[in-house]
Design a protein around this ligand. Structure first.
Ligand code: NAD
Ligand code: ZN
Length: 364
């Protein structure tokens, strides 16, 4: 399957399927990736043992010179100091203006390598080889970034890849919690734009959790195309693109307060989506929105409540520091039904507090 991300002259395809990696040489040649300039592969130390040697070998066979940079797995590698190490590899490897950076890994490697590609010599080509389900989200839209110790994703750029090569075979080694975490963004895409797809995710939850290739191919393609459609209407996040943040206002705050690591991103936004559904009902939307949202998330083995040690005050504070806190308004994406959402600005703070209270384990 191929999903096209339609962005005028920055358009690019996402190829999704099993066994794609073995044809990487052909894909690169078809996309005009030059044989005369070295490529740099950026990956992490969980992914490298499984796929780096294979990728290097395939590219060598296709006639490409490569250098590789393996960073430590985890969010801490999205930092300026690791970016500097990546740049060192690029300079020592003699990457030039026609070189390409390849991100082999999940969203962390994608964001880091993408930002390196966006800034090395003022911008060189970039190819993503996502190896997580969550990366179906991060591989669409061209947002690339590293974190600042004071704020996540604060140093970044928009840089679209030449193509995305999503080889489903690489997902087979993904740990179960990462599988569920990635499926959280998948069902999110259904919840914002396509109720039938959200229901499909629930009905096929066991296949998805078991990494069944057919279910994955369909789910990832639909998730990517929903995101691609939203992004192509609003590349630079002026308005519509904000709907992709369903569950993220609360979710990011939970991640920040709990300390990165306790919750995976997809888990935190699952709790956030349960929170948005609660808010929706309190704002007068149909009560079934909450019940259905929760049943979808639970079928994917995602949490819908948060640990009791997280305080409402801390979460409220964290939300106020979020980038999405625009002009003094807390921005919430609120479901109107399963499959459509609205951007709502002025929800009374007391209502938000009560909703956060209810999200605590055992709090009803
Ligand atoms: P990740 O890249 O840290 O991957 C999760 C874990 O799985 C890591 O430990 C990784 O080493 C391991 N892993 C990856 N692929 C594997 C495989 N095939 N087999 C075994 N282990 C594997 O995290 P993620 O969940 O993919 O992405 C989260 C990041 O993505 C965050 O930093 C987030 O900010 C970013 N993100 C960016 C965008 C965007 O639009 N740019 C969108 C969503 C998320
Ligand atoms: Zn997200």
């Amino acid at each position: 399957r191929t999903v096209n991300v339609d962005l005028g002259e920055r358009s690019y395809p996402i190829y999704i399927g099993s066994g794609l990696l073995s044809h990487i040489g052909q894909y690169f040649k078809d996309h005009g990736i030059s044989l005369n300039s070295p490529l740099m592969i950026v990956t992490d130390d969980h992914v490298a043992p499984h796929y780096l040697t294979l990728l290097e070998k395939l590219l060598l066979e296709a006639g490409y010179d490569t250098v590789s940079k393996v960073v430590k797995a985890g969010e801490t590698s999205k930092s300026l100091s690791v970016l500097e190490e990546v740049m060192t590899t690029a300079i020592e490897g003699k990457l030039d203006r026609n070189s390409t950076v390849i991100a082999l890994g999940g969203g962390v490697v994608g964001d880091l390598a993408g930002f390196a590609a966006a800034t090395y010599m003022r911008g060189i080509k970039f190819v993503q080889i996502p190896t997580t389900i969550l990366a179906h989200d991060s591989s669409v839209g061209g947002k690339v970034a590293v974190n600042h110790p004071l704020a996540k994703n604060m140093i970044g750029a928009f840089h679209q890849p030449e193509m995305v090569l999503y080889d489903l075979d690489t997902l087979q080694t993904l740990p179960p919690r990462d599988v569920a975490s990635g499926l959280s963004e998948m069902v999110k895409h259904g919840l914002i734009r396509d109720g039938d797809f959200a229901r499909w995710c629930r009905e096929h939850a066991s296949e998805l959790l078991a990494l069944d290739p057919e279910a994955l191919e369909y789910g990832l393609a639909l998730g990517c195309s929903i995101k691609a459609d939203v992004v192509s209407r609003d590349e630079r996040e002026n308005d519509l693109r904000a709907i992709l943040n369903l569950g993220h206002t609360i979710g990011h705050a939970i991640e920040a307060v709990a300390g990165y690591g306790e919750y995976m991103h997809g888990e935190a936004i699952a709790i956030g989506m349960a929170g948005s559904a609660r808010l929706a009902v309190r704002l007068g939307r149909d009560a079934s929105i909450y019940d259905e949202t929760v049943s979808m998330l639970q079928s994917l083995r995602l949490p819908v409540t948060m640990s009791s040690h997280l305080s409402t005050d801390d979460i409220m504070d964290a939300m106020k520091h979020d980038k999405k806190f625009r002009e003094g308004h807390m921005l919430f994406i609120i479901p109107d039904s399963i499959g459509s959402v609205s951007i709502v600005k002025d929800i009374p703070e007391q209502l938000v507090r009560e909703t956060i209270d209810q999200l605590r384990e055992g709090g009803e």
